[in-house]
Design a protein around this ligand. Structure first.
Ligand SMILES: [Mn+2]
Length: 313
């Protein structure tokens, strides 16, 4: 579905309109909480980098969750330190473990067992501290889902809460997601984890790099820096830092034009057209400032082989 059309149709029929993060369960769960409160509502999912787009800025959004300000917002639920508050009514708390918990308050759904069960899952997934089977399955399902499938998940969660896990389509997505996790585990197991891990992926592979960063942290890295070359001169940074350490991913991401949290942040940037390799050099100089000297640099190959290719000086 072409997203501006969703907006036009919702506006034409007077339905309330939400804009939520497309990237993970927190965004999709926040959308589900919105739909729980407003079953007549329409949801648009977008990435933080898309919020600056003109068609997004032109709209007055009734509800925004887990995203920076799109311009005009009536109610917003968010917990990102780098996003400044902007809506008429803000449910903004940089200390909150996830946006969905703030969405429950914003929608006046405290005490609603379905809304609260969705938020409880988002607490687990957004803090990379998954303990329940339900959170494991829903996290996997969202990771494997296409745009339309994410809307499907938001809708079925809004209606049925965790009972949605009895749905065949949702379970199929969860199984697909778990399969992807196996590949991530395999790659992580090939890295000899030290205090900090720097990994360069010269080609964008169909794996969730953010999840790879989380897995490397789980295996003992205090700081994980992953750079993915996504095209001729486009680069994407993923940064993960363990909470109890002094590493700050916000600094790393901001240095490359991005943003996020202290413990999870990212950036996407381009090299000059005639010097496409400069993106890697920029990354390495930022990595040198953030990680201890001698940190090994790994390269992830197309066949998921991992090779050590030098160290940070
Ligand atoms: Mn979040």
């Amino acid at each position: 579905m072409w997203r501006p059309l969703t907006v036009l149709l919702a506006k034409a029929s007077g339905r309330p309109l939400a804009l939520c993060d497309v990237g993970d369960f927190d965004g999709v769960g926040s959308a589900a909480v919105f739909l729980r409160a407003r079953p007549d509502g329409a949801v648009v999912l977008a990435a933080p980098s898309e919020v600056k787009k003109r068609w997004v800025r032109l709209v007055t959004w009734d509800f925004v969750a887990d995203l920076p300000c799109p311009g005009k917002a009536k109610v917003r639920a968010d917990h990102h330190r780098t996003n400044s508050p902007c809506a008429e009514r803000e449910y903004y708390d940089a200390e909150a473990p996830c946006a969905a918990i703030l969405a429950v308050r914003a929608m006046g759904l405290e005490g609603d067992p379905i809304a609260e069960s969705i938020a409880a899952i988002a607490v687990e997934t957004d803090t990379a501290n998954i303990r329940t089977e339900e959170a494991r399955l829903l996290d996997a399902a969202v990771r494997a889902a296409s745009y339309g499938e994410k809307l499907y998940i938001a809708n079925i969660l809004a209606r049925e809460g965790l009972n949605a896990l009895k749905d065949d389509k949702l379970m199929g997505l969860a199984q697909r997601g778990l399969k992807i996790s196996e590949v991530v585990m395999d790659v992580a197991s090939k890295v000899d984890v030290s205090e900090a891990v720097v990994l360069y992926s010269p080609r964008r592979l169909p794996i969730p790099y953010r999840q790879l960063a989380i897995e490397l942290e789980r295996r003992g890295a205090a700081l994980v820096l992953i750079l993915v070359k996504r095209g001729y001169r486009t680069y994407r940074l993923y940064c993960g830092a363990r909470r109890e350490t002094n590493y700050d991913c916000t600094k790393v991401a901001v240095a490359l034009g991005g943003g996020g949290h202290k413990y999870a942040a990212g950036a996407q940037y381009k090299s000059p057209f005639y010097r496409p390799g400069e993106g890697l050099d920029r990354f390495l100089s930022v990595a040198r400032a953030a990680a201890p000297p001698g940190t090994p640099i790994y390269v992830l190959r197309d066949d998921y082989a991992v090779q050590k290719e030098g160290e940070l000086g």
